[in-house]
Write a protein that binds this ligand. Structure first.
Ligand SMILES: C[S@@+](CC[C@H](N)C(=O)[O-])C[C@H]1O[C@@H](n2cnc3c(N)ncnc32)[C@H](O)[C@@H]1O
Length: 324
């Protein structure tokens, strides 16, 4: 299990007492983890991972790279690979762990490339990644110079996968905690940068989500928001009647002008759209490490501009803004 002593010290140092007061109890409950049917199996996998010191860590390359090729022998490498494969499906990545290439469903590096040159430099910043998944972008944020990176995600397997990667990486100031945004103390006003990527469309109230994110930022801090959008004018928003691209939990997909208007209504300053792209199979696909269905299965086989439900195919936008 991860020792959070340094995290607690870092929070105290940053005046995050309001969160520190409740966090240890939140983490001991680990409610999201232990409820999962595979929890014991995953714990056993984590316990069996060998202790190896990584001779090198590179958080700046597309594949988060931990350990050099010569850090362990072939038999041990195979043991590690077998263990990591038991944590299937790997949705976010890629990672290279002691030479083992984890080719995840998502090429999460492509999203990072689309935003890294536009955001305020992360050097020395305290960063929160809301809905971080297994933490791929948290590692990249750390590689970009952030002082402390905290991801939060309520999905058990994401936390277990993060813990497996972190196991090999020493004691970096990078954490992914088993929490949802609703577990964060409202109005913390503490983070220099807050990322919310791939989360807004899962929220039943997108405006509340924007307000919650604003409350977590310090005054002048930067929001990096990535979400599904539709082509369309101000005021247009898609509310799927049922599933969207087979996902049951998609609520609001606004046009970019609508989303920008929402952000301004929430008092964000300097709202900018920096990127908008259709999701392509090069970015989201089934792999050896995620063998279930993926993007091409969710699109209309006759017309890839539409989802199976006949709705516009996934397009994702990245927006930046500052907290007032
Ligand atoms: C589409 S994934 C995006 C992962 C990553 N941010 C990225 O952009 O690749 C959405 C993530 O949000 C997480 N999530 C769902 N509900 C959440 C909540 N209430 N608070 C925080 N994260 C949540 C999910 O577990 C999932 O890992």
């Amino acid at each position: 299990m991860i020792d959070y002593t340094r995290l607690y010290a870092a929070l105290a140092q940053r005046g995050l007492q309001a969160w520190l007061d409740r966090l240890p109890e939140q983490l001991t409950k680990t409610r999201t983890l232990s409820r999962h049917g595979d929890f014991n199996k995953w714990q056993a996998v984590l316990h069996l991972l060998p202790r190896i010191k990584a001779s090198s860590i590179d958080l700046t390359a597309d594949s988060v790279r931990i350990g050099g090729d010569g850090d362990c022998d072939e038999a041990m490498r195979q043991d590690i690979e077998r263990a990591l494969r038991q944590l299937h499906p790997w949705r976010k990545g890629p990672y290279t762990v002691h030479g083992i290439q984890i080719d995840s469903e998502w090429r999460s590096d492509l999203k990072w490339r689309r935003l890294r040159d536009y955001i305020q430099p992360l050097t020395g910043r305290t960063v929160l990644d809301v809905g971080s998944g297994n933490g791929y972008h948290c590692w990249r944020m750390s590689g970009a110079g952030a002082d402390l990176v905290i991801g939060i995600d309520p999905t058990a397997l994401s936390i277990v996968q993060f813990n497996a990667i972190r196991h090999f990486s020493g004691e970096p100031p990078v954490y992914v905690l088993p929490l949802g945004i609703e577990d964060m103390p409202p109005g913390l006003g503490a983070f220099d940068s807050v990322f919310s990527m791939g989360v807004l469309y899962h929220r039943r109230s997108p405006i509340d989500h924007l307000l919650e994110l604003r409350g977590l930022l310090r005054s002048g801090g930067e929001l990096i928001l990535e979400t599904l959008v539709i082509d369309g004018a101000l005021g247009q928003v898609l509310v799927p009647e049922d599933r969207y691209a087979q996902m049951p939990n998609v609520w609001f997909i606004p046009s970019c002008p609508t989303l920008m208007a929402w952000m301004k209504r929430c008092a964000y300053r300097n709202v900018r759209l920096i990127d908008s792209v259709r999701t392509l199979p090069e970015e989201q696909r089934s792999t050896d490490w995620m063998s279930f269905q993926s993007l091409t299965d969710f699109l209309d086989p006759e017309n890839p501009e539409l989802t199976r439900e006949g709705l516009p195919a996934p397009r994702r936008a990245i927006l930046l803004a500052h907290a007032p």
